[in-house]
Design a binder for this molecule. Structure first.
Ligand SMILES: NC(=O)C1=CN([C@@H]2O[C@H](COP(=O)(O)OP(=O)(O)OC[C@H]3O[C@@H](n4cnc5c(N)ncnc54)[C@H](O)[C@@H]3O)[C@@H](O)[C@H]2O)C=CC1
Ligand SMILES: O=C(O)/C=C/C=C(\O)C(=O)O
Length: 486
């Protein structure tokens, strides 16, 4: 089988290597989290497919690297045009594959996919490399040279959006790419390959291999011809990738999980704070940036909790294709069991369930009730480990010092959100928080110009804007003497 029809859209289930569709002897089943149906049988790549894809990327590299930046940018805009043309198809296929809300895919996520491509195309032509400077009359010229084949390994929670954060700057910079999407969500990567071909991207510049991380993924990151590896996913996988990359000294960019805090001070607008807290259930809690630890000042904890539970109770759980749905299913039965395991162990250890607390029995399947737990100890598993489901904890603090201490007492450092009505407090607190991104009285305001990444176990390196080009390029400084032309 080489093709599946998913929600009325034809999807090729093979790899995309060197501008051709390539099958594998074995396939794996792709299951929709909405109803548990098998929607496709996908080529299961291994070492041979990984090698072939890297070889194709290597062969295409010299010509693509030599393609003038304006032409590379034009082609990326053409890919973005293709995404916009097929936006509705990409949205319904992604929803079928990962269960996230169709309305978000239609109005937020897929437009961002096109924007990712346009943004890095424009950055390449308009903003990169205008930084010559002088040293005692000598001219320093900094250039961002393409590095070579890049392996991009991506997760299932926002498949095409997160992939194009990496694909766009890697290609804009003149690199070639091998993308390995998550095995739970292989479909939109395949549609995207079609779109790149339709846009005229030369063969081998963009390649997709499908399969399991431990198989084709491991083979890709071990390949000595790979010049960059960018990964988004879990900490254990990041460690395995880092070890393999270390053997070849391949530079890696790692975007990992989080256990981010939402600090609610007594001087905050509590309606806003409660809105921000409920927002953390987006994508059924499967967002690395989610502020899953709510920290509330003692004196307003009761009032805040009442406002929060009132809002959480209004969340409509159901089919992610319905416009009214606010929270859909989790990704996979294995993942749901993991999420529930965290909650049940927390309850056994003494946590109180304020909301939710288990699977949604009425809906069945992979729907987990939006959950809030209190009475949790700072050193407990539920406070320290990333659940990656619709599960929040609430703790209280007495003062600013305690708030910051609790917020920073984690091995992660991806993001933090502060709700306060006091500008000076905001300045003091944000300065002390350990996080790659801090929001004040807002959440998830994202701009590709900004650095994105995590501290501690939330990641290594930053991407976004110039940081992406710094990672995907060999940055070179050329110094020319004032009398250098003798
Ligand atoms: N953006 C984020 O920060 C994300 C964090 N997570 C965290 O990870 C947990 C597990 O989710 P998974 O999708 O299973 O994450 P994962 O880290 O296992 O998988 C992410 C990607 O890495 C690939 N991969 C797995 N093992 C590999 C290996 N040895 N070499 C190369 N590639 C490999 C997978 O095939 C997938 O494409 C979640 O519960 C959550 O805590 C998951 C997804 C996104
Ligand atoms: O959409 C963004 O700007 C960031 C999304 C990041 C994730 O959802 C993730 O990696 O989990």
């Amino acid at each position: 089988m080489t093709e599946a029809t998913v929600a009325g859209v034809a999807v090729d289930t093979r790899h995309w290597i060197g501008g051709e569709r390539v099958g594998s002897a074995e396939t794996f089943a792709d299951v929709s989290p909405i109803d548990g149906s098998v929607v496709a049988h996908i080529a299961r790549g291994g070492a041979a497919e990984a090698r072939a894809a890297v070889a194709a990327a290597r062969a295409a590299f010299p010509a693509w690297a030599a393609t003038p930046p304006a032409e590379r940018a034009r082609l990326l805009h053409a890919v973005a045009d293709g995404v916009e043309k097929r936006l509705a198809e990409l949205a319904i296929v992604e929803t079928t594959d990962n269960g996230a809300l169709l309305r978000s895919h239609l109005r937020g996520v897929m437009p961002r996919v096109a924007h990712n491509l346009r943004f890095f195309a424009d950055w390449l032509t308009d903003r990169l490399g205008h930084g010559d400077f002088d040293t005692r009359g000598h001219n320093n010229h900094v250039s961002w040279d393409p590095a070579g084949p890049c392996v991009l390994i991506t997760p299932w929670n926002a498949p095409l959006m997160l992939a194009t954060w990496k694909i766009a700057p890697a290609l804009a910079a003149g690199n070639t790419v091998v993308l390995k999407p998550a095995e739970w969500t292989p479909l939109t990567a395949s549609l995207f390959a079609d779109i790149t071909a339709e846009a005229g991207l030369p063969a081998g510049v963009f390649n997709v291999v499908q399969g399991y991380g431990e198989e084709v993924g491991a083979a890709l990151v071990e390949d000595p011809d790979v010049r960059r590896i960018s990964f988004t996913g879990s900490v254990p996988t990041a460690k395995a990738i880092g070890a393999a990359a270390g053997a070849n000294l391949t530079p890696t960019s790692l975007e990992l999980g989080g256990k981010s805090p939402l600090l609610v001070f007594a001087d905050a607008d509590l309606d806003l704070a409660a809105d921000l807290a409920v927002e953390q259930y987006d994508n059924a809690g499967q967002v690395c940036l989610a502020a899953t630890r709510i920290l509330v000042e003692d004196s307003v904890a009761e009032e805040f909790t009442a406002k929060f539970t009132e809002r959480a109770a209004k969340l409509v759980q159901g089919d992610p294709r319905d416009e009214a749905t606010g929270i859909g299913p989790n990704i996979h039965a294995e993942h749901l069991a993991r999420v529930d395991g965290f909650v049940q162990r927390a309850v056994a250890a003494g946590a109180s369930v304020v909301a939710g607390g288990g699977p949604n029995e009425e809906l069945g399947g992979l729907f987990y009730r939006p959950t809030l737990l209190t009475g949790v100890a700072q050193d407990s598993e539920i406070v320290q480990e990333e659940v990656f489901g619709p599960v929040l904890t609430l703790q209280t603090f007495a003062d600013e010092d305690e708030a910051v201490t609790l917020a920073n007492d984690t091995r992660f450092g991806l993001a933090a959100t502060v709700a306060t009505g006091d500008r000076d407090r905001a300045a003091r607190v944000t300065e002390r928080l350990v996080a790659g991104t801090v929001w004040v009285n807002c959440f998830f305001v994202r701009d590709l110009q900004a650095p994105f990444g995590g501290s501690r176990h939330s990641g290594v390196g930053r991407e976004g804007g110039t940081w992406s080009f710094d990672f995907y390029c060999d940055v070179k400084n050329t110094v020319t003497a004032p009398n250098g032309w003798r």
